[in-house]
Design a protein around this ligand. Structure first.
Ligand code: SF4
Length: 260
């Protein structure tokens, strides 16, 4: 388990790594295939294959203070190719560490559905269930699937945001939204209005939205939105000077968005 610079979590924990989705912008694959860290010991071209590290399972147990833990940041734990036993081993640890919040993120939320709902297995209280999408079609189907889940927090990660998704997302399904930009060689920045639209819809549906640093939005706007995310997803009421004055500061106002 490692401290991380990912702004919306405290640690990454990677008992299962690797992914077969093949997203062309994948940071994790680039990292692995360059042979960085422990990936150097595997054959080039095979470094990002799915792997299970049972020796890492106990890491969350060693930390007693509560933390947010992003599970399998270097892969997709709920990919179709992942054996049930790997997932069950991870969930055993989650159940045994109620002090932590485990953040799961997949591009295959149908497997959540099959795992937690169809199979009638309970979703532990300390799990946040997330789906990732970069385009309108996936944003629609994946947010829709989250709507069937009974998790405490259900979130959609729109990173990298590659097109306007706002009319396709099933907003009622969501408790939290993350928006981010593509990074790395040839990265395309999302259009400003795509992000503004998401913020507006989140405001309308009372959903906190987390704007990632890589969007390069003005610090003041980003900080306001993100502080609210931290408070609201921790179950606290967001208090700001404007709340006290009876105005809603929780979301970015259209006026505030006119920063250019
Ligand atoms: S789903 Fe995530 S880990 Fe898998 S290829 Fe796409 S970006 Fe990489």
């Amino acid at each position: 388990m490692n401290w991380t610079t990912i702004e919306w979590t405290d640690f990454t924990w990677n008992p299962v790594v690797g992914c077969k989705h093949g997203c062309p912008y994948c940071y994790a694959k680039r990292f692995a295939e360059r042979g960085l860290g422990e990936y150097g010991k595997y054959k080039k071209g095979k470094r990002f294959q799915p792997r299970f590290f049972p020796g890492r399972l106990d890491e969350p147990k060693q930390r007693k203070r509560p933390a947010k833990i992003f599970v399998s940041s270097m892969g997709d734990l709920f990919g179709d190719w992942v054996p049930d036993e790997w997932i069950e081993a991870v969930l055993d640890i989650v159940r045994g560490c109620p002090q932590h919040t485990f953040q799961f993120l997949t591009k295959n939320p149908d497997r959540y559905y099959n795992w937690f709902t169809f199979d009638m297995k309970n979703i532990p209280d300390n799990i946040w269930i997330g789906a990732g999408a970069d385009n309108a079609t996936d944003a629609h189907t994946r947010s829709g699937t989250l709507g069937f889940m009974g998790a405490k927090v259900k979130f959609l990660s729109l990173e990298p945001l590659l097109e306007n998704v706002v009319e396709y997302v099933e907003w009622e399904s969501l408790d939290w939204v993350i928006v981010g930009a593509q990074t790395g060689p040839g990265a395309k920045k999302p259009k400003k209005e795509w992000v503004e639209n998401i913020i507006s819809y989140c405001r309308a549906y009372d959903i906190p939205v987390f704007l990632k640093d890589n969007l390069e939005w003005p610090e003041k706007i980003k900080r306001g939105a993100n502080e609210q995310c931290t408070a609201q997803t921790a179950g606290k009421k967001y208090i700001s000077l404007k709340n006290i004055l009876g105005l809603r500061m929780a979301y970015v106002s259209p006026a505030a968005m006119k920063y250019q």
